[in-house]
Write a protein that binds this ligand. Sequence first.
Ligand SMILES: NC(=O)C1=CN([C@@H]2O[C@H](COP(=O)(O)OP(=O)(O)OC[C@H]3O[C@@H](n4cnc5c(N)ncnc54)[C@H](O)[C@@H]3O)[C@@H](O)[C@H]2O)C=CC1
Ligand SMILES: N[C@@H](CC=O)C(=O)O
Ligand code: NA
Length: 453
Amino acid sequence: MNQHRTVRVALLGAGSVGSQVARTLLDHADELALRVGARLELVGIAVRNVEAKRDVELPAELFTTDAKTLILGADLVVELMGGIDPARELIALALGSGADVVTANKALIATHGLELFDIAERVGAQLNYEAAVAGAIPIIRPLRDSLAGDRVDRILGIVNGTTNFILDRMHTLGGTLDEALAVATDLGYAEADPTADVEGYDAQQKAAILASIAFHTHVPVERVYREGITGVTAELIDEARTAGYVVKLLAICERITAADGATESVSARVYPALVHAQHPLASVHGGNNAIFVEAASAGSLMFYGAGAGGVETSSAVLGDVVSAARRRISGGPGLRESMHADMRVADIGDVVTRYHISLDVSDELGVLAGIARVFSDHEVSVLQIQQGDGAVPVVEALEQSTEDTPAGEQASATLVIGTHQATERSLQAVVAALESLDAVQRVKGVLRVESAA
Ligand SMILES: NC(=O)C1=CN([C@@H]2O[C@H](COP(=O)(O)OP(=O)(O)OC[C@H]3O[C@@H](n4cnc5c(N)ncnc54)[C@H](O)[C@@H]3O)[C@@H](O)[C@H]2O)C=CC1
Ligand SMILES: N[C@@H](CC=O)C(=O)O
Ligand code: NA
């Protein structure tokens, strides 16, 4: 090791993740110095309020509210404040001054990554962001480096720890979304504004990042279809359980080939979906994440572990810090992500999937026949119909409706209808047509089925 070399590290933010990164930089300074080949000196921590009480004890003299001065005295800046402003301006300042940058900020990378990579490339600096997707799990580097010679076809995963924690808790313990969110927030999983988690924006940003790297194509965050979990009720979770499924918020990024067999586009989407109870994703509990990557030569790969949490995420941040510091010591250009493929981003309507549709219907003669007609009119084929606790084959259900229901009775019944594969466009048209049927009192929920056992 060069005893005289020092890499001056400035930390922006000392919350759940930042305070743990600071602690490791201070407690393991000697070991890190051996790994890097130079000492990593934590020169300061920029925060909003230097007096704020923190869970982790850190030297008071390191704290400052003057982020800009701190940045201009640093070789490496670690941004862990979150949000777009002022993080965007501060990272641009850091890169522009020649410092390397490590960030966990998916909101910023997904929306302004291109402009920041431009600056990094121009000045020859590093911009690393492993912690931005799936916390501690190595996924950015495997996609960008390890799989750089392969062709990724599909990514399917749970990429938000907070919503996985909430859905898992609702499934196993019952209770409401708000109760589970309060616990996830205490555990340090949730974003500063947890709307980003429960409405799927955080997963949407991560999907945009994953799709962009995997398919060498810039996928703008607003082109990632998004639904959050606020519509997932205890009732829908119970119905899913009865049918042998678990509800998970999934991010799916895949290549789609058009009907002509030649034109390829990229689909990226986030929504709560049904996962078969025997599928490995169904066993991803608490704040954990799991990501399946299917690549042409590598086949199926699974990445699993802690997707959120301050201590866990600090591991990914420090990995990026060591990597950037080593490169600073040994020299090497700043690299931008490869976006040469420039593929079209598909509309959600082009995606082929399966639906489970939960309906309250009038329990009267001919209802099922009317519903079945809606499906056949849109050329969507029905796989099964579930009434109460049991799945009933379609033909049997239709017979029951005409034989067992006394004419003129106006009772209400719940039906859960599972479809075969069809385009989203057709499935959405089916749901709209069902909503307009007199016999359909309410469409209670629509969930896609994304993984058979
Ligand atoms: N908490 C987690 O499990 C994970 C978080 N991330 C990302 O890591 C980043 C940090 O997350 P957390 O540590 O959970 O956030 P946090 O809310 O716990 O901490 C944010 C810190 O930044 C400081 N800060 C915020 N705005 C500031 C400003 N304008 N000027 C100076 N200081 C400012 C706050 O004072 C606080 O110390 C975010 O981008 C988040 O999305 C990524 C993966 C996992
Ligand atoms: N709020 C995020 C934190 C990690 O990215 C999550 O819950 O996954
Ligand atoms: Na990661």
